[in-house]
Design a protein around this ligand. Structure first.
Ligand SMILES: Nc1ncnc2c1ncn2[C@@H]1O[C@H](COP(=O)(O)OP(=O)(O)OP(=O)(O)O)[C@@H](O)[C@H]1O
Ligand SMILES: [Mg+2]
Length: 448
């Protein structure tokens, strides 16, 4: 990344002035309750997203971020454990440091502040610090999407072909295989760097993911940023922004980055907790309005970079609560991303994994990246599956007679072959050519 040396010196000077004890604004904790923590007495007053440092009873420094201000009081969300904080403690404004991301972050499992979670020493911080809140590249300067990328999963590569720099959502109810599918993509060889954000998910899954799914070779070119479900809301929210910031760092060095976020729903829930504690009114399904500003602020940062930069290709899981695909977070995320993959519980219960419902899944950029033959094969396969679904009830009741309609007969012969081609073991990787060759065999009317 090119940094203007004068600009960088100014930023450093500014940071030094802001962090100098003489210029630091000081105040006091005036309330600690179930709604959060309120501070008062800061001159100049605190502004939104300012960071403050205070100490708990044991003398440990605790950092918090301003999430709202009213009547001279600032509400903060603690980046860590708030136990031991008491009314009357002094707090001081601190510089928002940003993350000192470097090559040494590759191969590491870190929390969103860059502290190690893998038992190894903290990576040495880089001189240049990346702020975790940034604007995406200007729309007019952003490069266009690149060529098709191979994810190694036949159902995705054929029916939802992704392009470099695209953002795709994996939508499903709980336990249908989102995390497993995301894990199987982590080793995709088509990228230089993989950044994984595990947000608000189970602690048990982190080690399994790192050791079994990434493996030593995959981990060596990956950075895993993690905040499990028991972490404070501000930490879970920060984990998503930190993961995107790490991906941007490598993208700005010209690398092709794969960003995997599991899950954006937990990020939205963390934003909801913070928003409600800051006094925002609950709107749609209890989500305050700020959640629907944070989602695009996070997700728009993935994608192609500006001139000379690489790209961030992103796959993001969305937990669809109660199988309602129109619930507000799913709806909002679907509108921001460039495509959605739907995983269906009935398909998973039938034992076909990945349980992708190809007829309900869509990549908005497919027209620009498939050959005419590939597009024809996919259209034919979709038509055969749709025809099979149309008569499925009749077939189940024994009310459809073979020979009634030639197209339907063909669909009933081909559908099991297409289903078999869509089924894939987690550890089995498939090239783009193999995927389309398998699809061609499945739709051809010759016996397999
Ligand atoms: N490819 C697969 N092959 C075999 N079984 C699978 C596969 N994918 C998922 N499963 C089964 O489904 C279960 C749930 O998968 P997973 O944890 O990936 O779901 P999830 O959608 O991430 O759930 P949650 O929303 O609760 O996090 C797994 O424990 C496994 O039994
Ligand atoms: Mg999961």
């Amino acid at each position: 990344m090119k940094i203007n040396p004068i600009g960088q010196r100014l930023t450093l000077a500014e940071a030094l002035i802001r962090s100098s004890p003489l210029t630091q604004s000081q105040g006091r904790i005036v309330a600690v309750d179930q709604n959060g923590i309120a501070l008062s007495g800061f001159r100049p007053p605190l502004a939104l997203r300012d960071r403050v440092a205070t100490t708990d009873r044991s003398g440990t420094t605790i950092i918090a971020e301003v999430v709202g201000t009213r009547d001279g009081n600032a509400r903060v969300a603690v980046l860590g454990d708030a136990d031991g904080l008491s009314e009357g403690s002094t707090a001081r404004a601190t510089a928002t440091e940003g993350l000192g991301i470097s090559q040494a972050w590759l191969g590491r499992v870190l929390d969103p502040m860059g502290n190690p979670l893998d038992g190894q020493p903290k990576p040495p911080p880089a001189l240049h610090r990346c702020p975790t809140r940034r604007q995406p590249p200007a729309p007019g300067l952003r490069q266009r999407l690149g060529p098709a990328v191979c994810l190694g999963v036949r159902a995705l590569d054929c029916f939802c072909t992704m392009r470099e720099g695209q953002r795709l959502g994996l939508f499903a109810a709980s336990g249908v295989g989102k995390s497993t599918l995301l894990a199987s993509l982590a080793r995709s060889g088509d990228f230089d760097v993989t950044v994984v954000g595990l947000i608000g998910e189970r602690g048990r899954e982190v080690r399994e993911f790192v050791e079994d799914d990434l493996g030593p070779a995959g981990l060596a070119r990956s950075v895993v940023i993690c905040a499990t479900s028991d972490a404070a809301a501000a930490v879970r929210r920060e984990a998503a922004f930190a993961a995107v910031t790490v991906a941007e760092h490598f993208r700005d060095q010209g690398q092709r980055v794969l960003l995997l976020l599991d899950s954006v729903t937990r990020f939205a829930q963390a934003c909801r907790e913070i928003g409600l504690a800051a006094g925002e009114p609950p709107a749609t399904r209890g989500y305050p309005p700020s959640v629907f500003r944070e989602l695009p602020a996070l997700l728009e940062r993935a994608g192609p970079g500006g001139p000379g930069a690489g790209s961030i290709t992103a796959l993001i899981t969305v937990l669809v609560e109660g199988d309602d695909h129109d619930e507000p977070v799913a709806d909002s995320v679907r509108g921001i991303l460039d495509g959605h993959v739907v995983l269906d519980r009935r398909i998973a219960e039938g034992g076909r994994f990945p349980a992708i419902d190809v007829l309900r899944s869509l990549s908005r950029t497919v027209p620009g990246c498939q050959t005419a033959e590939q597009a024809a094969l996919v259209t034919q396969a979709r038509r055969l599956l749709a025809l099979r679904d149309e008569v499925a009830d009749l077939v189940r009741l024994g009310a459809y007679r073979a020979g009634t309609d030639a197209d339907t007969d063909r669909a009933l012969r081909a559908a099991p072959r297409i289903e078999a081609m869509l089924s894939q073991k987690k550890t089995e990787a498939s090239s783009m050519e193999e995927a389309f060759a398998a699809l061609a065999r499945a739709v051809s009317d010759e016996p397999a």
